[in-house]
Design a protein. Structure first.
Ligand SMILES: [Zn+2]
Length: 278
């Protein structure tokens, strides 16, 4: 539910995105949904029992998988560690490049797959590890195996990690919440517009998320205090170079949402909070 309402705060599809999205959905034979797909961003929520072919694409027809159907939209993987290990690992390349190569005997096909991944995970298979409400019934080895299912490289490619409480469904479904979503979308669209302006001379990036290390250097200067805080976080949390860049990109986006021209210490500090800790 929370993930589904996430789509309502995303910026509306551009004309180019609408055409792309409609094309993909008609290739996949989802003609009846292609009309709706041109208006809203796709939201795909495959079950954790889904096969490699269903998720990534391929098969006899080398058809697009869920990750391609989620292009320009949201791919929601509930109970992420319950997915097959080879499926989880196969997400690494598309998360990186926004594309997926699907091969079959006749040759290989290149499909777009630039989605926002929203994934959930419990602390353990039964869901109650470290809870004060109920006792966890899992064996320690089960808990470790479950946690390990999301490998370091995959976790490293997820920008924002948040520990969430069980959210009251009624509050989420209330009209108040709808009005709030609309207000948030306006802020998101404003932040997007300032990013487009920032990158108007660039060919490769039009959003903060897609900045290269060179562009991060050029567009995201940090003051001394922020630099020091980031350096301390990298050392104490043992963060990768990727995570270092990720934090700056997230901080840039937080600053954009606040319509702040410069990245401040508070933006960097908030972005560090979203990194996973051991
Ligand atoms: Zn448990």
């Amino acid at each position: 539910m929370l993930a589904q309402s996430f789509v309502s705060i995303l910026p509306r599809l551009s004309e180019k995105e609408m055409i792309e999205t409609a094309k993909i959905h008609s290739i996949a034979g989802e003609l009846e949904s292609s009309a709706a797909a041109t208006l809203t961003r796709p939201f795909r929520a495959p079950h954790h029992s889904a096969s490699h072919i269903a998720l990534i694409g391929g098969g006899k027809e080398a058809g697009p998988g869920e990750i391609t159907l989620a292009h320009n939209g949201v791919l929601f993987l509930d109970e992420f560690p319950e997915f097959q290990r080879n499926v989880i690992e196969a997400l690494r390349q598309p998360m990186e490049s926004g594309k997926v190569i699907v091969s079959r005997a006749a040759g290989s096909f290149n499909y777009p797959a630039r989605f926002i991944l929203v994934a959930t995970k419990n602390p353990c298979p039964c869901g109650w590890y470290r809870s004060d409400q109920r006792e966890c019934v899992c064996a320690m080895t089960q808990i470790i195996n479950y946690q390990k299912k999301i490998s370091g490289p995959i976790a490293d490619r997820i920008d924002i990690h948040i520990e969430a409480q069980k959210v009251d469904y009624e509050r989420l479904a209330s009209p108040d919440e709808e009005a709030r979503s609309m207000a948030i979308r306006k802020r998101v669209e404003r932040a997007r517009a300032s990013q487009e302006k920032r990158f108007q001379k660039e060919k490769s990036a039009h959003t903060n998320a897609r900045m290269s290390p060179r562009q991060i250097k050029a567009y995201c200067p940090l003051d001394k205090e922020s630099q020091q805080t980031l350096k301390n976080a990298v050392e104490s949390l043992k963060l990768s170079a990727r995570a270092y860049h990720k934090i700056i990109k997230i901080a840039r986006t937080i600053a954009d949402l606040e319509e702040s021209e410069n990245i401040g210490f508070n933006h960097i500090a908030e972005a560090i909070q979203y990194q996973p800790r051991g």
